[in-house]
Design a protein around this ligand. Structure first.
Ligand code: B1M
Length: 212
């Protein structure tokens, strides 16, 4: 078994101590931080997701995997963040009202920070009003929303409506992401872009900043 496979297995098993040990070992051995994330830590969540869907894993086990993933990400994050510190555009990010999923959002936040964005992470279950308040307070160039449930996707529309009603829509670009979304949905609710994954979100955000 390669070290990447061992790391993925440790995430799947929810073994945060093992995740910490392997991640630190790989960093010491000079493995690229982004490879540790994609080939090890996220590969572990790729084992978890279908098992949860098939009813072969239950919520407490998934939570342990998520905790183990976070342990690894927290070690790798400072190394990614050193990539580019010149860009200081502000990005407000949150998982929408009614939705508690944050693994994907946290990954997006981490990559944006590695791209030099000053990210204001509002957390999960963020109401449209809280997004509006955050835009007033932090004056971001971009607002990002995450939804993982089909039942919370429409909270994105509510949030965009609230931003428009507050007279702030032309001040920000709105990007959306999350597993159940698709480009036509983003267009229908009036978002400026749909991000299929964290990397595309980082690239799209960099383009938005570069074009201003
Ligand atoms: Co939940 N859950 N969950 N869950 N959960 C899903 C989403 C589900 C598809 C599983 C299933 O049944 N097949 C299903 C939704 C079904 C639907 O709506 N059609 C589901 C359900 C039903 C539920 C509950 C209702 C279960 C229950 O209680 N009966 C409940 C809801 C709680 C709530 O939110 N109110 C619930 C709870 C949970 C846990 C707490 C156990 C846990 C969340 C832990 C946490 O986040 N801290 C959990 C998990 C882990 C999952 C699955 C297994 C994995 C999600 C994940 O983290 N993926 C998920 C199954 C699946 O997605 N296949 C599932 C890894 C992550 C890296 O991917 O989030 O897609 P993702 O993020 C990607 C991209 O989408 C994109 O970039 C990321 C990285 O590349 N992206 C963005 C994401 N957000 C972005 C924002 C952006 C840009 C890009 O902004 C611009």
């Amino acid at each position: 078994m390669s070290n990447f496979e061992k790391l993925a297995e440790a995430v799947y098993q929810g073994d945060d101590l093992e995740v910490k040990t392997i991640t630190q070992g790989m960093i010491a051995a000079g493995v690229k931080p982004m490879e540790i994330v994609s080939k090890g830590l996220l590969a572990g969540m790729d084992i978890v997701a279908p098992k949860f869907k098939a009813g072969e894993m239950f919520i407490p086990e998934v939570m342990m995997s998520a905790k183990a993933l976070s342990e690894g990400l927290s070690i790798v994050k400072p190394l990614l963040s050193a990539e580019d510190s010149a860009n200081v555009s502000t990005f407000v990010m949150g998982t929408v009202k009614g939705d508690l999923h944050d693994i994907g959002k946290n990954l997006v936040v981490m990559l944006l920070e590695s791209g030099g964005f000053n990210v204001v992470d509002l957390g999960v279950d963020v109401t449209p009003e809280a997004f509006v308040e955050a835009i007033k307070e932090h004056k971001p160039r971009i607002v990002g929303m995450c939804a993982l449930l089909t039942t919370t996707m429409m909270a994105m529309q509510d949030t965009i409506d609230a931003i428009t009603e507050a007279g702030l829509r032309d001040k920000v670009k709105v990007l959306v992401g999350g597993a159940p979304l698709y480009p036509e949905f983003a267009e229908k609710i009036g978002a400026d872009g749909y991000c299929v994954d964290a990397v595309s979100c980082k690239e799209m955000s960099a383009k938005i900043v570069a074009n201003n």
